[in-house]
Ligand binder design. Sequence first.
Ligand code: GLC
Length: 612
Amino acid sequence: MPGDPNPNIDLLYKDPSQPMNIRIKNLMDQMTLEEKIAQMAQLDRVAATPDIMRDFSIGSLLSGGGSVPREEATAEEWVEMVNGFQNGSLSSRLGIPMIYGVDAVHGHNNVYKATIFPHNVALGATRDPELVKRIGAATALEARATGIPYVFAPCIAVCRDPRWGRCYESYSEDHKIVEQMTEIIEGLQGELPPNSRKGVPYLGGKDKVVACAKHFVGDGGTTNGINENNTVIDWHELLSIHMPGYYHSIIKGVSTIMVSFSSLNGLKMHANRNLVTNFLKGTLRFKGFVISDWQGVDKITYPEHANYSDSLLKAINAGIDMVMVPYDHTEFSTIMLSHVKNNLIPMSRIDDAVKRILRVKFSMGLFENPIADYSFVDELGSQAHRDLAREAVRKSLVLLKNGENADNPVLPLPKKTSKILVAGSHANNMGLQCGGWTITWQGLDSKNLTVGTTILDGILNAVDPNTEIVYSEIPDSEFVKAENFSYAIVVVGEPPYTETAGDNTNLTIPEPGLSTMKNVCGSVKCVVVLISGRPLVVEPYLSSVDALMAAWLPGTEGQGVADVLFGDYGFTGKLSRTWFKTVDQLPMNVGDEHYDPLFPFGFGLTTEGIGV
Ligand code: GLC
């Protein structure tokens, strides 16, 4: 009967008092080739059942973007789902627990009611690694609230071209800011104990999670920012711009690293043995496991899945340890078995991969605590985390224009006045202010996507009770002129997008944003709040707006915008990205020889000391 103690199995590997290497060896000596190969597979939850987990000893499961037990599932339902699969794994011949992963890239963003933090482009503007570390710790708690011990974060891409659809997932164009923000890893995983051996994966406690630095390497440097495309770069530039984040992540004990879909000088990263094996595992001495991206193996050859067998051979021999398959484990296992039996993949490669996977599972205590409990469910969307997210919103806001000159600032706005107009598509829309990777993979234009405060909610909470707030999403200029408003707050920006869907060559403010700005700002003093994953074309409109701020993608705590708009806190954010004049200047990054921005990297006006 599966799960019954098999008298032929030496259970030493289950003894936590044994040294990890002894446990790994004891277990691997008893694993069949099929079981070793299965540990290298990660399936999406939709392709798995507890019986599959038991019968095949699959190493890992994931929730791809939006892959949830049900809409608005509770933390308890998530725990039950994860445990259901885990009980299957524990019933396998050797009872090796599976590790469940999810993209928690700005909070636990698949999960309804989770705290959604500002995306990384905003966090880069805070210049506050300690804040980001606290966000990591909060995210770990919210992941554990749902029974999940592994997150595919942080993205440490160095986005060098804002036309890239994933630029908002990058902390900065400047690798030094990205390096600083790897502090989030110690928030997620726990702080490395003193004298710990660098490069060894680490996990400190049941309130922490395994992290994943991604996407290795050069994902943010593709030509013209085309997603999953080709990064053309010399060795010096690669090491100085795109690699430092990985040094810092490994030094901080990151347990896993995900390989990029992109190519480097024409070679797919998923097939790049020199960088994945020789450099990452050799030179940098990374001891955790390397995971592919979603169907990243398939994408080695186009059209996708063409000659999967050859792609899998290339990927595994390049040094990938775990494959995000994510659907057909039978095809994966059959081909892998054939490659090993035909000596195309050496057994030493399989053993290296399985050793790394087991090293992470043992070091995180997964064998001792495979079954999640409900002890953290109240952490999901907790007030403490929402307060933290609100702080992050405040610190991420970048003030680009504040009146025609310093002697006549527009901000901070008075809370007590007769009547304020709040306008714009993004003023009262939770989905738009959260952006991609929220509840669904692509995010949603939806007012009540999840729980939080919209920017309008925050304004209503902030102003004097006697101040009248009028909200109109797309007001016409006659209305604005007729109503005699004291001033207007216009909140406009980009729709949600994720990955290739976000690639954009014109970077203009989408309609109805521009029309709303023109209708309102031509008729009353206006403050424009831009909700976007990156700098957009604003130069043509700068003279017609009285104040302009970048709010990026703030997440669920829109209240943080009002905190600064009305002067409860000053503006402190500094651009983590160069703000171009026109897109034909791109790519243009700080330090470039030809550098002629509208607002330079590091720019940000303050309102410290300006009374209201
Ligand atoms: C996606 C992304 C990666 C994510 C993975 C799992 O395609 O490239 O960042 O972690 O698939 O959702």
